[in-house]
Unconditional design. Sequence first.
Length: 720
Amino acid sequence: MTYSKSIFNHKFRLRTTLVVPFVLQIVGTVSLVGYLSFRNGQQVVNDLAGQLQHEISSRIQERVQDYMEPPHLVNQINEDATRLGLLDFNDLESGRKYFWKQVLRFKSIGHVGFANEKGQYLRVGWVNRSVGSEQPQLAAQLKLGIGDLIYYKLDKDGNPIEVAKTVANYDVRQRPLYTSVLKNNRAAWSEVYINFGYGSLQINASSPYYDQQGNFIGVFTSQIGLDQIRNFLQTLKIGKSGQVFLIEPSGELIATSLENQPLTVGTGEAQKRLKAQESSNLIMRQSMEYLKTRFSDLQQIQKTTRLSFNLEGEKQFLEVSPLIDEYGLHWLIVVVVPESDFMEQINANTRNTFLLCLAALGLAIALGILTARWITRPIERITQAAEAMTDGKLSQHLPPSRILEVDRLSNSFNIMAKQLKESFHSLEEKVQERTAELATASAEIAALNDRLKAENLRMGAELDILKQMQQMILPTLEELQIEGLDIAGFMEPADEVGGDYYDVLQIDGVLTVGMGDVTGHGLESGILMLMTQTAVRTLKEIREQDTVRFLATLNRTIYKNVQRMNSDKNLTLVVLNYAEGKVSISGQHEETIVVRNGGKIERIDTIDLGFPIGLTDEISDFISDTIVELHPGDGIVLYTDGVTEAMDIHKQQYGLERLCEIIGQNWWRSAEEIKQVIIEDVRKYIGNQKVFDDLSLLVLKRKSEVSEQVEEAEKAMLEV
């Protein structure tokens, strides 16, 4: 026997099956190792970049805090000197030499001074110390109110020698060094401003001074230039091509590690500060644009945050750290390092790993082919012998093999060939015997199917009869016509015979309404419902008025019948007795809905008014009742859980809340209309879903005088 060409093309040769998985395992293993090595390298790069950025940010924070600490320290020293009588706000000139000594001691300070509330101002310092100028200068406005601010050149001892320039109509009280203190009512930094003479950035530290009575006297001020921060940043080595810059939350540059990056644009009075997002440096500009997309307001950055973004296909590591102090300073330190600064060696390792993979692949293919050829030769002999046996040549014998498993397979094949030859002769007889047995079994199955069909027809007929009986015992329209009341009822069973029950009957002027729900569906549930209806009507016919005896007797009757049926069914049942506007409610069932004229809903929980019927033989101790008074226009709605637990396509239940809402909105209608609205809303909610439980509903409404008059008028018109 030979295989057709089409079948053979969908098969794999054993040699291929052995070689390909072996090669794939080698390639997969080496690739996985290379990939994990690459990923581990990337993780190391991420950690290294994070550590580098964190170290740089920490160094910058420490150094900047060192730069920014002296101005406020000098102000505190000057406040102490004033309280000791060494400085006097009423004699500003007396502080000139004192301030001269301070600027000589504190090398980072640009100038030191003070101003009083009368508008007088004096400071001593350098023209622009931050850019290397060592020319001393005195600036003073000693007139009360507004006057000329006069700049003096100083000699080496701090004494004025000539006037350098004059600024007319100068009022220090309108300057940031003064207003920042009044705004915060404490020591504070001014805004960063431009020294238009040199184009450098400067900032003032100011603190208020109060006398012993708490009166505001003036302010102390110390100024520093920010170029010293820039000079420090440019000494930092940040990878190969990384950079760092300080900005305000508005984006304006404070300092940068880039040597050719300006901090301002324009000249003269038109000069203004440059924002990082307007920089000509691509990395700085893209870093700011990325931060703007991540944070709508950079003021929100209150802790160190690590991010990354792609720039022209290359990953950039970014860390932004807030620089905040107690005097209102809020700057951001941004460190950006390209991933390529760290990936050069990792990429080289990746190339080496790829070459090793190719070498391993070639070696694996060669070894796989040799191994497969050695294994497949004896297996091919077994295959040829098996094909010969399929052609009827049962006398086959295989030689031994040096491979242990193949040798065992050959021996097993030889034994199988011998046994097959021996059993072939008796196989035909066994087939005939099995054929006869199958024919007998087939006849028995056919007879059983006929019996099942007949049984199904009988049970279907019984269920149809029970459904008809169930519908026949429901209250008729005449029984629902009760003087002074408007009543409407509804019951629709599920696919099988249902176990829901409701009844309405009036004896001796007392209207009795029952609503129950038998557990489960089917024949037993339907029979138990019929028993309950019969027992209720029997007890009412013998004039049993006591609520406890009524339900206890009903329970014993049902319980004994359930035990005789060897059934586990039971039911919940609520019984209402109405007379002269009052309703007695007893029995355990779903919540009873009391509706007041106008649609207001009251819910009565029946859990403590009874016990399930047929569950035990004695329930007298559990039975109680409650009295509800119904005024004209009031009423009661009873239902089974088939209404409230009806589910939509999303398996969400209809619910008692929705039922109460529908009732309240439509209570102005007649009982029949209310019933119809509820049933339509439930069916709309269910949609095309299968109804899994019986739907039962009863609406009882006490007629108002107006409705009775309208009804009498309608009857009179019909009689005419």
